[in-house]
Design a binder for this molecule. Structure first.
Ligand code: DPM
Length: 320
């Protein structure tokens, strides 16, 4: 008997340029590794793509950029979905898991400036400079270090944001270096912001592939794209965020490094005005990353992190 040909594999993706670049990269890698299989991409819009006129922090954080893709996976319409790991909630719906984490790009935040500020660095920007960001994490940390700067919400994809900057609506933007790199716009990076000033978001710079928990065939295929050190770092970061009950829109930042089998996780929680900023660090074996996240969360809670976060939830999302 002739065995039936293997089914085509369907990859779910958002439609944004960045999402498509990321998904096509995954598709290309898998195609190269498994030349006999067929990989198709199916795109869909998510709430985060549709609601553009409301500040991100006000619409909550429960899978704004992932829900529609998750519904399609659970319905069996697509087999896995490629996300920017930082947009993937730390708690996934029943039946879905984080199947693979790919090698991380530089997770740092980057300063992008309008022409007229090209002689400046972050530390020399004058009083009243208007920085575009919708990230409470970037806002709180920059206010902490540079209280004389002004902040203004900015939404839309990277091209839209850069066009608004160039049109003069903002003096500068803070964006993830990784996103600019993936879109071949690394030349727009004016300065990489050091971790001492801005700790990056949990999972920033890595791709997370989400799939059905009970799909061994897909899980096996995805294993080939897993980058273990990135995965260990991101699992520690995600455990930290999960334990602090923070969704994607909270002033929580992290930094991780692995050396000689030891993972060091640095984390911070800040108030929106930047006046209170708690920061601490833990280290432990990199092959058991999640307890480190829990340990760091407990340390920051003991210093008042929960009170800071509760205040923010009450002011930013009174309905939550
Ligand atoms: C999340 C945040 C932002 C995105 C919040 C944060 C930035 C929003 C803004 C959770 N998702 O970082 O504190 O600055 O207004 C997003 C970007 C990328 C994935 C763009 C960016 C690309 C980098 C990556 C939006 N999601 O951060 O500049 O894949 O890590």
């Amino acid at each position: 008997m002739v065995s039936s040909p293997a089914r085509p594999i369907r990859i779910g993706s958002r439609k944004s340029q960045l999402a498509l670049v990321q998904t096509h990269w995954v598709q290309g890698e898998l195609q190269r590794l498994y030349p006999d299989r067929q990989f198709d991409v199916q795109t869909m819009s998510t709430q985060g793509d549709i609601i553009l006129d409301v500040a991100l922090a006000k619409i909550g954080d429960k899978g704004l950029f992932t829900k529609e893709l998750e519904v399609a996976m659970l319905a069996g319409e697509v087999d896995f979905a490629v996300h920017s790991l930082k947009d993937l909630p730390t708690r996934l719906p029943e039946g879905l898991i984080l199947g693979c984490v790919t090698e991380r790009e530089d997770p740092a935040d980057a300063l992008v400036v309008h022409e007229r500020f090209k002689e400046h660095q972050l530390e020399t920007l004058p009083e009243g400079t208007v920085i575009g960001t919708s990230s409470l994490r970037r806002l709180a940390q920059l206010r902490h270090h540079y209280p004389h700067l002004q902040f203004k919400d900015v939404r839309g994809n990277l091209n839209t944001r850069l066009a608004k900057l160039d049109a003069g609506e903002y003096d500068a933007l803070i964006l993830a270096a990784a996103g600019l790199q993936r879109l071949s716009m690394a030349d727009r990076i004016h300065q990489l912001i050091p971790a001492e000033v801005s700790l990056h978001a949990v999972g920033q710079g890595a791709l997370g592939i989400e799939c059905r928990a009970e799909d061994p065939e897909i899980l096996e295929l995805l294993k080939a794209l897993e980058h273990e050190p990135t995965s260990q770092r991101c699992l520690a970061e995600r455990a930290f965020l999960r334990e602090l009950e923070g969704g994607c829109q909270v002033p929580i930042g992290v930094n991780t490094a692995i050396a000689d089998g030891v993972l060091t996780l640095t984390g911070m929680v800040a108030s929106l005005d930047g006046q209170r900023l708690l920061r601490d660090q833990v280290s432990g074996p990199s092959n058991d990353p999640e307890p480190l996240g829990l340990e760091l969360a407990a340390k920051l809670k003991a210093q008042g992190a929960k009170e800071i976060l509760d205040e923010i939830f009450a002011t930013v999302r009174p309905e939550a």
